[in-house]
Write a protein that binds this ligand. Sequence first.
Ligand SMILES: Nc1nc2c(ncn2[C@@H]2O[C@H](COP(=O)(O)OP(=O)(O)OP(=O)(O)O)[C@@H](O)[C@H]2O)c(=O)[nH]1
Length: 482
Amino acid sequence: MRSLFSTPFRPFQEEKPLNNAAVIFLLTTLFYFLGAMMRLVEELSLFWPLNAVMAGVFARYAFLHRWQYYLISYIAMLAYDAITTSWGTASLIINFSNMVFIITMVHLITLERNQMVKAPEPVNALRLFGYCMFAALLCAFFGAVGSVGINGQGFLQLLADWFSEQFSTGVLILPGMLTMSWPREPLQFKPQQLLPIGAVIVSVLASVVIGGAGSLAFPLPALIWCAVVYPLPLTSLVTLLTGGAEIMLVANGAINIFVGSPMEMPHMFSARLGIATLAICPVIVSVSVAKINRLIRQVSLRADFDFLTRVYSRSGLYEALNNDDKRFADKHVTVMLMDIDYFKSVNDNYGHECGDRVLAAFARKVQEALGERGIVARMGGEEFVVVAITADPDDGFTLAEKVRHSIEHYPFKWRQQTLHLTVSIGLSSGLTEAWALTEMFNELLAEADENLYRSKKQGRNCTTSSKDIVFADAPSQVSSGQ
Ligand SMILES: Nc1nc2c(ncn2[C@@H]2O[C@H](COP(=O)(O)OP(=O)(O)OP(=O)(O)O)[C@@H](O)[C@H]2O)c(=O)[nH]1
């Protein structure tokens, strides 16, 4: 399982041009075949996924952005037509129009360092909508020129047909193609997560039953629900399937949206444009939700972790205690407040940069000595706190001494020099209770602070604990070190 999810599937590799050429040829042929299978209503296809799929492939893999690879795709199209149609030289222009869509889209998408692929912003989704419109118009011009005379339609009708088909297919397919990613870990599935998809199915059925021009928009709220709940690639997939299904249902008369139009447009023109407009909305919502979630993660990461030492910050420690309450509640817990001795002299003698490096190395070393038994947080300056699960106060004391010794014997390196540091530790420990974890931690922290003060007063590089709160009037001091 692990290797399946940790090793992403890579259909294209820069160092394997022959393999890339073969995959491009096969993909083109496969999607040409699928498009040809959907020539149901008219001579031209109802749904032509090839151009959007290939544009997505070329845009995702920058190293495929070469004329040789485009040529292979073009040859695959010509070869398919030569075998299955009698279009003759018209096939040269028709397939050239396919290439116009692919190459134009790739150029437009990669204009802004491929934003839609890396970390899409809502504006990228909107731009993608515009790019599809422009590329579809260019492609439609050449396609209509090439197809005049093939099925008896006039140039304008062909232009409208080509444009609406390319535009809607582009908007439906490209968001998914550009954002699809290999899952890093097995997907966690809960039955209630199927509810938004269920709502999409019900709303498409309602479109069939009720019909009329408004029925195409019925699935929109359910698609927005998907956008809020699912990640962007899955939302794009559901939108693609919904839009594709609507196109099929309209084409076959299952959804009846037709009203008299003053313009003599092909009968799918309006439906396709409507579906493209509808399809971009969940994508924009999904991209916006992803962006908000990314920002929330960034902000909480900044607040919860200390940037310099990469251990918890003070507020992050409280978050960790509350989020991981099963780990810390109803356990014997030892709190160690530690302060590096004479740290000011490190800054004074070796500079602030060295001081920063020492703080980061110190935090690493403490976490290493603790292992899985506790968590470390930086309280500020050169003061750190450890919260560890221990069997009893003596166990906590032994653990603190282990940490203190590991620091004492660790050679901190700075440029060509080696620094030796010591740390003073104040201890407190007690049994926690789930309902008042934060309050109890605060009490233990205050007690540890008093004991740290005693460690400093006793000459530093030692651990001090008050054995039992019952004997708080005359706390027994336990020190070690020096
Ligand atoms: N490089 C660096 N220094 C810091 C940082 N935060 C606090 N300090 C320094 O840490 C030093 C703390 O000094 P003091 O509070 O006098 O304590 P000390 O020198 O460690 O002496 P004792 O605690 O009494 O053993 C000050 O010089 C602060 O400027 C930091 O993020 N980076």
